[in-house]
Design a protein around this ligand. Sequence first.
Ligand code: PLP
Length: 410
Amino acid sequence: MADSAKNFDPIEALASMRHEFGEHGGVNMSIEASTTFTVMQASTMPDIFQGRAGPEGGCFLYGRHFNPTVYVLGKQLAALEGTEAGYCAASGMAAIAAVAMQLTGPGDHVVCSDTVYGGTWALFKDFLPKKSGLEVTFVNTADPEAVRAAMTPRTKMVYTEVLANPTLRVAPLDRLADVAHAGGAQLVVDNTFTPLMVTPARHGADVVVHSLTKYINGASDIIAGAICGTKTFVQSLMDLHEGALMLLGPTMDPKTAHNISLRLPHLGLRVREHSHRGRVFAERLHELGLRVMYPGLREHPGRADFDRIRNPDYGYGGIFTLDLGDIRKANELMELLQNRDRFGYMAVSLGYFDTLMTASATTTSSEVPAEIQAQAGLTGGLVRMSMGYTGSVEQRWKQLRDALEILNLA
Ligand code: PLP
């Protein structure tokens, strides 16, 4: 697996795709704004309803099923993720929920990482167990043996983020895939924090989900999600009788798909710059003796795992955490950084062109109980920083350095 990962460049895969021109020869594809589609022969209709004709053959039915513009974005994302197929959803949570409901049923069991985005945690801890009788065990997915021990004959799915939100613990995807498959389960991976950096399907992941709201979109202006996997799996999500995306209906608007598609060509440039700045800032803060977590630091416990699964050219990402010990100090630092210099903003989310800062324990991970936060190393004073790339590195570093000095933190 490691060798095939070395040979894969997501940006080359995207550039190898057939380019869709606009209806009148535009360099950009057109937006297909219709919700319903006609056919030349009436007999094609039953063919579409019974699955004998579909988007591959240019046959579309209704926008909640497949829309041509959304379909193209799905194919572009599949190319980036090295999967056979992909389709989009209205949000990252819609993508995660649809995958979970498609792969599991009442009485089934899921092994889920004990450190995931708070909404994902609530979905697996409360919503799905209460609504669909799913049983979920939460474990540290950095430890494949803990996953193996938690699996039962009813385990259908192992779920993890590549880098845990917000602790940045690394999931060794290749080993997790072996464990999941040996137990007859599928490995589902959230790659929101690590687009291009890691290609989970090259390491055995069966399904890859994204919140496109973050890096892939890049401007914090659109909520969107995606699911990448085999053709069979993506078709199953769109099935007219049993497809979670088709029947629950978290449909992406074609204008949104078009908009996101225009941002993919510069995703590689953006990710490299986020990663460059993430690494420079994490290293400098570490040198100052501060408690920093960043997968690119030599001291990071998951560095070797990350090096084994990462694609060579995209770095270690733009997110690091800074543990200031208590929430008061964390709040003081964030307020100073935002209100004095506009170094960044106190806001949830990540992957924006400016820096976003949040004290995760009381915000994006507030759904996770305090004792579980403590086990995962998520303290009240932990600030998650998603490094932006506006301004120059030295200008931003001076702003951060000054703020730390003013508050006697370094
Ligand atoms: N996955 C991760 C890792 C996230 O951080 C988030 C949101 O912050 C989501 C999924 C959910 O995405 P969305 O807000 O697009 O529903």
